[in-house]
Write a protein that binds this ligand. Structure first.
Ligand code: HEC
Ligand code: HEC
Length: 299
């Protein structure tokens, strides 16, 4: 026994080192590669088009850009857990520390629709798979608005990845948008807002990163273990929104309060979604009510 134990421990150490090194290099490869994509060309509206700027401002909030990049778009730390991150959403203004200072329209579209930096590096946590539905008008309005926001001087520290983050990345628990989006997909025309069901689906794309593609909630992939699971948004009576009224839903998004009076965790960006107008709320609700009932956590 006394002779075997040190050998066993030695073998274990070797295994840990080999696996650890493998995880390190594989995660480094995933984050460090560059991906070259054909970026669709769009026309920006005029920078003095007030309606376009107002629409762009609204989109920057309801598509949750401000939830991660900050209300002033000067950048914010989204995950500061050293096991996973740190992950910083960078400064999108023209101030000091900006990452978009020399951006062309193509660079904006590459980041928003493909999850790639200007140089083609896969972006961490940036949920581009939620944004590929955006049509050329919405993209143009959003970009022209972001180019107009007042400059904020704030450094954007590079994002990093902790040991648990590396393991999650290698086993597929953490996914990079650049590996998920269909880089060939053309920009489609958005449904007409008068078609509540289709327009609701268009808006709900922004809920799928956290609530899952089927919107039944569960653990949000790639985030620190202390983040609460996302809720079931399908009409399941037990765990979902089956017993909610449209009014309950609107109140929850506008105030962060559930029908039973409890508060939503701030991980749920209700302050952003609460700015949706009555038509958008109705569309979103119409779409959620139409979903097939799913058990919580099936994603
Ligand atoms: C869940 C948080 C989150 C949301 C929501 C989000 N971003 Fe990001 N974004 C990030 C993070 C984190 C990075 C930096 C990732 C990195 O450097 O690996 C980033 C990077 C970027 C970049 C910089 C790319 C580069 O060249 O370095 C742009 C541009 C950008 N986001 C625009 C947007 C826009 C526009 C929206 C809304 C449509 C948005 N983001 C929504 C987290 C987010
Ligand atoms: C950044 C992640 C994130 C995004 C994006 C997100 N949610 Fe959530 N949502 C959550 C989390 C986490 C909870 C659970 C909060 C809690 O436990 O307090 C939640 C809870 C909810 C609830 C409360 C349901 C209940 O039964 O308690 C509603 C309603 C909701 N989200 C709607 C939406 C809609 C609609 C969208 C898209 C427009 C959306 N969420 C986008 C993370 C998110």
């Amino acid at each position: 026994m006394m002779r075997i134990l040190p050998r066993l421990l030695g073998a274990l150490l070797v295994i840990v080192l080999v696996v650890g090194t493998g995880v390190y290099f594989e995660s480094q490869r995933k984050l460090g590669r560059t991906i070259d994509v054909d970026v669709a060309e769009i026309e920006l509206p005029s920078a003095s088009d007030e309606a376009a700027l107002a629409r762009g401002e609204h989109l920057a909030v309801i598509r949750a850009c401000s939830g991660c990049h900050g209300a002033d778009f000067g950048g914010e730390t989204v995950i500061d857990d050293p096991m996973i991150g740190p992950v910083h959403a960078p400064n999108l203004t023209s101030g000091e520390g900006s990452v978009v200072a020399d951006y062309t329209t193509t660079d904006w579209v590459r980041a928003i629709r493909h999850g790639l930096s200007r140089g083609g590096r896969p972006l961490q946590l940036m949920p581009s798979e939620e944004f590929t539905v955006m049509d050329a008008d919405d993209l143009g309005n959003l970009i022209v608005y972001l180019e107009s926001v007042p400059p904020v001087d704030r450094e954007s520290p590079p994002s990093g990845i902790g040991p648990l983050g590396r393991v999650m990345l290698v086993v597929g628990e953490m996914r990079l948008a650049a590996d998920v989006v269909d880089h060939e997909a053309p920009i489609e025309k958005a449904p007409d807002p008068s078609d509540a069901l289709a327009y609701g689906e268009y808006l709900a794309a922004t809920c799928t990163g956290c609530h899952g593609p089927g919107l039944s909630g569960g653990r949000i992939p790639g985030v620190p273990p202390d983040w609460p699971p996302a809720a079931n948004l399908t009409p399941d009576e037990e765990t979902g929104l089956g017993t909610w009224t449209e009014g309950d839903f609107v109140t929850a998004l506008r105030t962060g309060t559930r029908p039973d009076g409890t508060k939503l965790d701030p991980v749920m960006p209700y302050a952003q979604f609460g700015t949706m107008n009555a038509g958008e709320m109705r569309s979103l609700w119409t779409y959620l009510k139409s979903l097939p009932v799913k058990e919580e956590g099936n994603r």
